[in-house]
Design a protein around this ligand. Structure first.
Ligand code: G4P
Length: 539
């Protein structure tokens, strides 16, 4: 019996240690979906043979997975995709982009152990990447960079790296180096193996093209494949790189200070497997997580998880929801009893689901590193901890992220005040929107803040359909919101800001400031020495 237990523990440890859980971040159109598809292809999760993404695909306000789902006729609508590769069990977390960019996109990053940043080689660092990067930076998780679309004309490689370093404040270490781009794209130079990997366009990436690996010392062959001009440039670049680029240091990568950079073309499936293999060598096993009682090690502790996302059911008939949780430690068994710490009671998680690439299945077991979705009858809140009944783990809460769009919201029918307040408060508690009021005003004037504009539509729709309340929304011009970090030391009423500044408070009475532009934020800081402002709100 005892031995059986020991073996089980060993098996759990093995399962946990082979897990890699990461999010892919990018600005829309940089190639996140294409790269994900290619990664899944290596895991054998989707057979893409013969399928070509239609050029005319309209991008509606649905997640990329639903886009794929429609095109492929399979169910991949999910928050996480799991696949096996080379003995690893890989969880890719979807970070919704496009119009459905919302606070959930940020929260998802709280559940990942590392991030892959996809950058379009002709565009460089773009707005959405910048925002998502900031959230990754806050947690100090490893960030890997895949510079995509080298089969199209790209910016100068050094400029791209320089931009990442300057704009994002992270050092770069190119693991390979592109040889030309666009029509002149010849492949990449692998710095570790000192060889040239040649590019050949494939049938839209349905299979790995005929790439060749030639040691750079074999000058004749390299010359014949890439030509004299490219060869001369490559030699100069190699020399420069060895002197100028940051040295590879895994420790620095692990704490998010250095990003390994790879070049490729997701569409033609060039450089994707090289990336995947190296990424798996460098990224971490499920990371320990901070709780009120100290760090919780994923292997040494029994089951624990935290809720990072709650999705209202699209089915109007049932007002139930799905709570997504990241398992932080131990082993989960569908039949086991767990403790919902914040709710103060024990329960069995209902209909635990794992959302696989090709199917949604009810799950029997899962391990630290995995994400599960469970039926939520309205008891969970974002940030809640679930753990083994004998423990009491309380994970650090998830911060509130700065909304960027604001509107003043009123109910049309004044008789429906009660439903309006109830509905809007409940939707805010789910984390879909944030609500504020002007300091010293009653609840009459509610200011709603959202990360993505689609949330306004969702709010309107849900209030009408679920609470039978019609609303009027007047957009406000603010784009920047700041929490006052040292609110105990500051007299908010006396703060002297710019003329566009507005003082508001959240439901808990925390003071916040709204600004129309970034300049005003700086000006206000200058005018009020000692004032500390933050883009993230903490409990
Ligand atoms: P996203 O999820 O980051 O928004 O980007 P997605 O993968 O949907 O890619 C955006 C567009 O860029 C798509 O073209 C896609 O085919 C193209 N793309 C992705 N990777 C590469 C690459 O390595 N090289 C080139 N040349 N193109 C790439 P689209 O025409 O907008 O859409 P579609 O009709 O092909 O779906």
């Amino acid at each position: 019996m005892y031995l059986g237990m020991e073996e089980k523990v060993k098996e759990y440890a093995n399962e946990i240690n082979r897990r890699r859980t990461f999010a892919i971040i990018s600005h829309p159109d940089a190639g996140k979906t294409t790269l994900t598809e290619k990664l899944l292809l290596y895991g054998g999760a989707i057979n893409l043979a013969g399928s070509v993404k239609g050029k005319a695909t309209a991008r509606h306000a649905v997640s990329d997975w639903m886009e794929i789902e429609k095109e492929r006729g399979i169910s991949v609508t999910s928050s996480v995709l799991q696949f096996e590769y080379d003995g690893f069990c890989i969880n890719i977390l979807d970070t919704p982009g496009h119009q459905d960019f919302s606070e959930d996109t940020y929260r998802t990053l709280m559940a990942a152990d590392s991030a892959v940043m996809v950058i379009d080689a002709s565009k460089g660092v773009e707005a959405q990447t910048r925002k998502l990067f900031k959230v990754c930076g806050m947690r100090g998780i490893p960030i890997f960079t895949f510079i995509n679309k080298l089969d199209r004309d790209a910016n100068e490689t050094l400029d791209l790296l320089d931009e990442i370093e300057k704009e994002l404040g992270i050092e770069t270490c190119p693991m390979n180096w592109p040889i030309g781009s666009g029509k002149n794209f010849k492949g990449v130079y692998d710095r570790e193996e000192k060889c040239v990997v040649t590019f050949s366009d494939t049938q839209k990436g349905t299979k790995e093209g005929e790439t060749k690996r030639i040691p750079v010392e074999d000058k004749e062959t390299v010359l014949s494949l890439i030509g004299e001009a490219a060869m001369d440039k490559l030699n100069d670049d190699i020399e420069l790189l060895d002197i100028a680029s940051a040295e590879f240091d895994l420790e620095q990568v692990r704490c998010g200070k250095l990003t390994p950079v790879f070049f490729g073309s997701a569409l033609t499936n060039f450089g994707v497997e090289i990336f995947l293999q190296n990424f798996l060598k460098m990224t971490t096993t499920p990371l320990p997580r901070k709780s009120e009682g100290g760090m919780i090690d994923p292997v040494e502790n029994d089951f624990s998880a935290f809720v990072f996302k709650i999705q209202a059911n699209m089915n109007k008939a049932h007002r139930d929801r799905i709570a997504f949780m990241r398992i932080c430690s131990g082993h989960f068994d569908a039949s086991m009893e767990v403790k919902h710490v914040q709710g103060g009671r024990n329960l069995r998680l209902q209909q635990p689901q794992q959302l696989m690439a090709s199917e949604r299945k009810i799950l029997e077991e899962a391990y630290a590193g995995d994400i599960i979705g469970v039926f939520d009858p309205g008891i969970f809140s974002i940030g809640d901890t679930i753990c083994s009944p004998k423990d009491t783990v309380v994970y650090e809460g998830i911060p509130t992220f700065a909304p960027e769009h604001f509107a003043r919201v009123r109910q049309v029918d004044t008789m429906k005040r009660k439903q309006f307040v109830k509905g809007i408060t409940q939707i805010a508690q789910e984390g879909a929107i944030q609500i504020f009021q002007e300091i010293a005003s009653g609840m009459e004037e509610i200011i709603v803040g959202v990360v993505g504009v689609l949330q306004f539509e969702v709010l309107k729709y849900r209030l009408e359909n679920e609470y039978n309340v019609e609303i009027r929304m007047d957009p406000l011009p603010y784009e920047h919101i700041r929490w006052i970090e040292n609110k105990e030391e500051v007299d908010v009423k006396k703060l002297s800001g710019t003329s566009d500044m507005k003082k508001i408070q959240d439901l808990k009475g925390n003071p916040l400031l709204l600004f129309i532009n970034a300049w005003s934020v700086g000006m206000t800081l200058e005018r009020n020495p000692g004032l500390k402002l933050s883009e993230f709100g903490r409990e």
